[in-house]
Design a protein around this ligand. Structure first.
Ligand SMILES: C[S@@+](CC[C@H](N)C(=O)[O-])C[C@H]1O[C@@H](n2cnc3c(N)ncnc32)[C@H](O)[C@@H]1O
Length: 377
């Protein structure tokens, strides 16, 4: 057994190798396997909804187009019981339960149950053109999917994964790699945490009056939709380079980096946000879902050519809620490589003639820089 004392759940006694622990080795491995299986369950919104958040206060708000999905834990104790059902190895032998790794596993479950938010809600709104006779059914169905995604993002999944890694290291168990759903859950939870922290730590990024530094993000759902559509369109192949200009806490960059083989770069002016983004990708590397060599972070003003060479990228993404004060696309288009693709919520003004509009991607404009700037239509 390794004697790592790093990555322990908070407030735990130090882990030390002992004879007890050696006897409990096979139980410790069984426990590790069950905890890894629980990791998969926690990434599944249906599991959380059905087994953990079973009290339902959901209701329509004002019309059959607005549905507040609002769910609650029965109690933390009940949630803990439900979680322990998935890790029966903890209770199989008193000797194991009192061994360091058994104590660790028990505390891991306690810590998880303790950190679960008591109540989670999400407002689900249908588009106004939805036929009225289908609105109730659609709200119920799609609202259920929405709360599933929300629960996955709100529970302490990133915390659990980090502590589980510590447990696995301690009992010399190599955990299987994250599957697609777990990677997505990890990103969603990290995004949620970083967004909340950024809001409190950097109030200046919310100052719309200043008009040049505003953080907003369309989140992991959007990031995945964008990257899936880019891959389907053949825009993110191995060797391609993607840049997010104004990458904020790094959500889009990280989504692209874990989902494809392209080289990915985020350029961010705000130093604090830049640090958040780097830290997230470092965690993704630690969890084995990201190759460090595939990602680059630059802190600086993307409008200064010395900060980043935009002619280097095949695919460029820009999203800002403050157009055009924050981002004027014209200088960006001017610096792009011919044939590269720009995805943005706005169009350039003066340099519109330099690009050809393509079918939109993830609800954003997609435009390709023309090769022959004089002749090409
Ligand atoms: C709306 S956020 C977008 C975050 C991220 N791209 C996303 O979609 O999740 C815009 C970001 O652009 C950054 N920004 C503003 N001006 C910039 C500049 N000149 N160079 C680099 N980043 C800039 C802001 O600090 C902010 O974090």
């Amino acid at each position: 057994m390794s004697e790592s004392t790093k990555n322990q759940p908070d407030n735990l006694p130090p882990l030390t190798a002992s004879a007890d622990l050696a006897n409990a080795e096979s139980l410790a491995h069984a426990c590790a396997r069950q905890l890894v299986a629980l990791r998969a369950q926690l990434a599944d919104g249906r599991f959380l909804r059905e087994k953990i958040y079973s009290i339902d206060h959901s209701r329509f708000l004002g019309s059959t187009y607005r549905y507040l999905v609002d769910v609650e834990l029965e109690s933390k104790e009940q949630a803990r019981k439900r979680l322990v059902e998935h890790v029966p190895a903890i209770g199989l032998s008193e000797k194991y339960a009192s061994s360091p790794s058994g104590v660790y596993a028990g505390k891991l479950i306690d810590g998880l149950a303790h950190r679960l938010p008591r109540r989670v809600c999400t407002l689900y709104e249908l588009p106004q053109d939805t036929p009225a006779h289908t609105s109730v059914q659609r709200c119920l169905l799609e609202g259920e999917q929405a709360i599933g995604r929300s629960l996955v993002a709100k529970i302490p999944f990133a915390w659990f994964c980090a502590k589980l890694r510590g447990y696995c290291r301690f009992v010399d168990f190599i955990p299987p790699r994250f599957d697609h759903a777990q990677t997505r859950a990890l990103l969603a939870n990290m995004h949620d945490l970083s967004m909340n922290k950024a809001r409190t730590r950097f109030p200046e990024v919310w100052d719309t009056a200043r008009g040049w530094l505003v953080l907003d993000s369309r989140g992991v759902e959007f990031g995945y939709r964008l990257v899936e559509q880019l891959i389907a369109a053949g825009e993110l192949q191995q060797g391609h380079r993607f840049v997010d200009i104004g990458s904020g806490i790094g959500t889009v960059v990280n989504c692209v980096a874990v989902a494809c083989e392209a080289q990915v770069c985020g350029v961010e002016l705000h130093e604090g946000l830049h640090r958040f983004a780097r830290r997230e990708s470092k965690r993704l590397v630690e969890h084995g879902v990201l190759q460090p060599s595939s990602i680059q972070w630059i802190c600086g003003d993307a409008f200064q050519p010395a900060t980043v060479d935009l002619s280097h990228f095949h695919c460029l993404y820009v999203y800002s809620p403050l157009w055009p004060a924050q981002f004027d696309l014209d200088p960006i288009v001017a610096r792009m490589m011919p044939g590269s693709l720009l995805i943005s919520a706005q169009l350039p003004v003066e340099n519109l003639g330099l690009v050809r509009l393509e079918p939109s991607l993830a609800g954003m404009f997609a435009m390709r820089k023309k090769h022959n700037l004089t002749g090409e239509k």
